[in-house]
Structure formats: C-alpha cells, structure tokens
Design a protein around this ligand. Sequence first.
Ligand SMILES: NC(=O)c1ccc[n+]([C@@H]2O[C@H](COP(=O)([O-])OP(=O)(O)OC[C@H]3O[C@@H](n4cnc5c(N)ncnc54)[C@H](O)[C@@H]3O)[C@@H](O)[C@H]2O)c1
Length: 368
Amino acid sequence: MKILVTGGAGFIGSALIRQLRAGQRAEIVNVDALTYAGNPESLPGLDDDPGYRFERVDIRDRDALERVFRDHRPDAVMHLAAESHVDRSILGPGVFVDTNVVGTQVLLDVARDFWEGLDDRPDSSGLSARERFRFHHISTDEVFGDLPLDAPAFNESTPYAPSSPYAASKAASDHLVRAWHRTYGLPVVITNCSNNYGPYQFPEKLIPLMILNALAGKPLPVYGDGGQIRDWLHVDDHAEALWAVLQRGEIGGTYAIGGDAERTNLQVVEALCDALAALRPNGPGGGGNGYRDLIRFVTDRPGHDRRYAIDSRRIQHELGWRPAHSFEAGLRETIQWYIDHPEWVQRVQSGAYREWIEANYADRELRD
Ligand SMILES: NC(=O)c1ccc[n+]([C@@H]2O[C@H](COP(=O)([O-])OP(=O)(O)OC[C@H]3O[C@@H](n4cnc5c(N)ncnc54)[C@H](O)[C@@H]3O)[C@@H](O)[C@H]2O)c1
C-alpha cells in the first residue's frame, strides 16, 4: 500500500510516517511545503529508505499536486498539512483560510480526479483500486468550540461551533471533505482528535515551550488562571488510531480520538515542573519546586475556549483502539526526549533547520 501523507514534516505527520515506516506497513510519499512548522530533521534516517519519497509541494498548487498523483499513484491520502497554531491564527488568519480551506479544496479536487480515473474492475483481492482508495482527513476537536465544565465530552455527533480562526478554518475543511463524499462519492474518513504531545513538537506549543523554558530557567507563561482544560493525547497513540481508521473505518464516517487525560493547563505545567524536578534536580533554585517558581500568569488569549474533552468510545468499541500512554508516563518520556535531543532543539530554536531546508530543497518552486 502506498500512502500520500500531506504535512508529513510536521509534528503529527512525522510521527505517523516514522511509525508506518518502522513497521513497514506502507510506502510513503510525503507532500509538504516545508513552512516554518515543517522540519525534515524530524524524519531521521528516511532519506535512504526506498519506501519513502519526499515532495516539496504546496497543497494549494494544483499543477504540482496533479503531477505528484500521476507520478506516485497512491492508494490513500492522509491529509495533515495545515496551519496549526491558534495564536498565529489570531494574529494572521489569512494563511489559515488559504491553506486549511482552499488548500484542502484543491487537494480534494485533485484526489477526486485521480480516484475517478482508477480501475473499477475487481482484482485478486475482490475489490477494485477505486473501491480501496481512501481520503483520510485529520482534524481537531477545536471545531466543536467551548465545552461547558459540566457537559459530556465531545463525540462524533457534537455540533460544530468553532471559536478561533484556526478552528473555523478546520471546521470549513471538515465540511468540504464531507461534501466531496456526499456529492461526488469520494471515499473519505474523518478524525477529530484532542491536543497532541510527544517528541519533535515545535516549541511554540504548550508542552515543549514549557519544557524548554523550564530547562533554560525562563518564565513559564500560563494564560489567564491556567484553568483551561484539554484532553491530552500522545502523538504515537494518535498515529496508531489514524492507522486503524484508515484500515477499517467506515467510509464517510467520523471518529473522535482522545487520550482520556483531561487536565487543566496549570495541572500540565505543574506536572511538568515536578517531573523535571525528578529528572533534572539541579535546575532553577537547586531543584525541588524551583521549576514551579518560574510559573507566571499572563493575559488570556482572546476567545480562549475553557474546555475540550473527547469521548472516544466509537473508535474504542468499533476499531479496538485505546491510548497506550498514561499522561504522566507520556509526559516524562517527552521531557526525557527533549533533554536527550539538544541538537534538534538548538537547530529549531536558532533557525538552523531552515538553512538546511533551503540548501537541500531550494530547487523546488513554491507558491508564495
Ligand atoms: N497538534 C495537535 O495537537 C493537533 C490536534 C488536533 C488536530 N491537529 C491537526 O493535525 C494536523 C497536523 O498537525 P501538526 O501539529 O502536526 O501541525 P504542524 O504545524 O506541526 O505541521 C503542519 C505541516 O504542514 C505543512 N504545511 C503547512 N502548510 C502547507 C501547505 N500549504 N502545503 C503543504 N504543506 C503545508 C508544514 O510544513 C508542516 O510540516 C493538522 O491538520 C492539525 O489541524 C493537530
């Protein structure tokens, strides 16, 4: 099986590709524009892997995408490419609409043309290439908006009520994917997951930002009172869930994926400080609660949703998936990973990874 993964140089896409290639489950064509969030250094060792190909292509570029589909003839698409950072969407929403909405529409168009041209005669498996094809759209629980503290967790039938420009752009892309299924019959599956954490996450997101600030003895900025609740999902558990949905998910169906780990932001930061105190006792203040002393409460993000939580019973019961990581163990492992990979961190923080990208991928023309 050959999978075209978009956004495979990002945090979740790279975890998915590392996992699929480690288990030799599928050949991969990674289609990524390498924005600031894309980092091929998160895919170590794959350059020499004959089952892996990289295409520096922007999903808004129809001609380039058509060429990629023609050249590689994938059996499935897993669409993760997106602008993904809520704070950036508040400062500059335009590129979020451009990539997440328009880019998804262009990708859907090109995938649909390709799918319509596939052979519809059954082969030895009893199915045709057209029947086997899948378009898997990876989305977020943020499309559901703010969940009251006493309300049951989001599930597959929760109405959409996005709050931020990021969430609205992802909601729009989900609607487009459903429309391409309903109108044109494109065989799609959709997943909406909660906040991911784990290795190789860009340090603008909460957990890596706090780990790296704490290790450097810098303040740990917590929005508002830190009472916002998120349901934390380890990125490797997410990647396993995505594989299960791609393989066995109902066509046209949606699956909500969560980590069964609701925590307030303040609880996350405190847990992280305590784990660091054990792993790096000689940190700020000589250990103990020295890390907790770095916590600073800062002005809240506008429109900040108070709570997200996911009810994953559908994927658990129908597809047999369960998160394998407890939040506390996953957090400890993640902190250890950042401690053990100072070079990756340093190259991201200094911007050196961009120079490497330009030296290695500058030959490809990209849209502005
Ligand atoms: N990180 C989370 O906690 C989370 C939670 C729920 C859903 N999601 C969704 O999962 C997907 C992946 O998230 P992530 O955290 O890995 O994001 P990320 O920001 O780490 O990676 C995004 C990747 O997409 C690429 N990209 C951006 N614009 C592109 C374009 N126009 N053309 C081609 N490539 C482009 C970037 O170069 C980058 O490699 C996104 O669709 C996001 O909405 C993420």
